[in-house]
Design a protein around this ligand. Structure first.
Ligand code: PLP
Length: 412
């Protein structure tokens, strides 16, 4: 066999051998430190997307790096047929800080959603109501890319071409409680929602709406599943977004991932003991989920994320962004239409194309994420300093100037 890559260096154009499912920016990074990413040429970018809310503690956090190094030298993987001490510790930590009694660890957000859906259906099955299979989701949601997750979110562009919807997934309108009531019935198993939508463009449910949904669930025996994969783990300034409702809108089941491993693939499905009553030996599993290497990083990560001073810092930086961004909205009404989201999950709805705006930001050496409804999202590391936030605003202001100039030139 000949090695077709022999003698080749890094290709100037993206590889033909990567399945073309991403429209990638023409940019690669070699190294990261805190809120900065560096290209191979040493160019620094301010990272206000954190790998889509994943590197919540910034790049190269010393405690996470140490946790990986130490564990890498000891033990990577055994199997869930054995006890995994750090898995038990992380589950203990997560349940102590949440509504939940039990956790199942996964390698991704989508798998955490799968586990949540299975847990909900199995709960009703164990209760002698196997007909309760329907999962009600909302438009603008994103729950991941497995078949169940795409049909649970029902975003037309993500389900197109992937065959008929499996039974048991019902789409409801975001924010419409009366519409939701009309869709609930004897076959409803669970309501699935993101307290603050991520990919959909940082739309937030109000606390009053979440309380009403919680009440509906209590009255009907329907389970409430939150997808806090993006908005959870400190992103909104509380450890979990549902906490803003002060205990009046707790879920029965919750999917978590992204920041959980700080860049190492770790997800989790959290549930009350009652919700998880059908999940008995043999009913679910994962080869890698919760393995020693993942749990060492997850544990180090959550130990940092639960710190009250970090959450207070998130609220402070978020307050600064909120104030400054509404200033940009006033000064650039031709570019910025709306500011939404919660904490450091910030959506900026634009009048100019969001993909172009992301390029303007990159030209200023600022990385931001896209989002539905022509938004861009700011998802900085939760450790972003106020000084870095000021720098981000200055870069965004210049990006707004560029966008405005471009819009004017196009209109002329
Ligand atoms: C990222 C995300 C997912 C999917 O997570 P993966 O790790 O990509 O499977 C699901 N729900 C929400 C809200 C997300 O932001």
């Amino acid at each position: 066999m000949t090695d077709k890559t022999a003698g080749q260096t890094a290709a100037p154009v993206p590889s033909d051998h990567i399945m073309g499912v991403y429209a990638r920016a023409p940019l690669a990074f070699e190294r990261g430190e805190g809120s900065r990413l560096y290209t191979a040429d040493g160019e620094a970018y301010l990272d206000c997307m954190a790998g889509i809310a994943v590197t919540a503690l910034g790049h190269g956090h010393p405690k996470l790096v140490q946790a990986v190094k130490d564990q890498a030298e000891k033990l990577w993987h055994t199997s869930n047929v054995f006890r995994i001490p750090n898995q038990e510790k992380l589950a203990e930590l997560l349940t102590r800080h949440t509504f939940a009694d039990v956790c199942f660890f996964t390698n991704s957000g989508a798998e955490a959603i799968e586990c949540a859906i299975k847990t909900a259906r199995k709960h009703h099955w164990a209760n002698g109501q196997p007909e309760r299979i329907d999962i009600i989701g909302f438009d603008g949601s994103f729950h991941g890319r497995t078949i169940a997750a795409i049909f649970a979110a029902n975003n037309p562009s993500y389900v197109e071409g992937f065959g008929p919807p499996p039974p048991g997934f019902i789409g409801a309108k975001f924010g419409d409680i009366e519409g939701l009531k009309a869709l609930m019935g004897p076959t409803t198993a669970a309501i699935l929602l993101e307290p603050v939508q991520g990919e959909g463009g940082a739309r937030s449910w109000t606390e009053a709406q979440l309380k009403e949904i919680r009440q509906l669930c209590d009255e009907t025996g329907v389970l409430l599943i939150y997808d806090e994969i993006q908005c959870g783990l400190g992103r909104t300034g509380k450890l979990f977004a549902y906490e803003w409702a002060d205990g009046a809108a707790n879920p029965d089941i919750m999917a978590v991932a992204k920041a959980l491993g700080g860049g190492f693939p770790v997800g989790a499905c959290l549930a009350t003991a009652e919700a998880a009553k059908g999940m008995t030996p043999g009913s679910h599993g994962s080869t890698y989920g919760g393995n020693p290497l993942a749990m060492a990083v997850g544990l180090a990560s959550v130990e940092e994320l639960v710190k009250p001073e970090l959450l207070a810092h998130v609220r402070e930086v978020a307050g600064y962004f909120s104030q400054q961004l509404s200033g940009l909205k006033d000064r650039f009404p031709e570019v910025v239409l709306d500011i939404r989201g919660k904490g450091l999950l910030i959506g900026v709805k634009l009048a100019t194309p969001n993909r172009e705006f992301m390029q303007h930001a990159r030209d200023e050496k600022l990385l931001i994420a896209g989002g539905g409804d022509n938004c861009v999202r700011l998802l900085p590391p939760l450790t972003l300093s106020l000084e870095e936030a000021r720098e981000a605003i200055a870069k965004l202001e210049r990006a707004c100037e560029t966008a405005r100039a471009k819009a004017k030139a196009a209109a002329a």
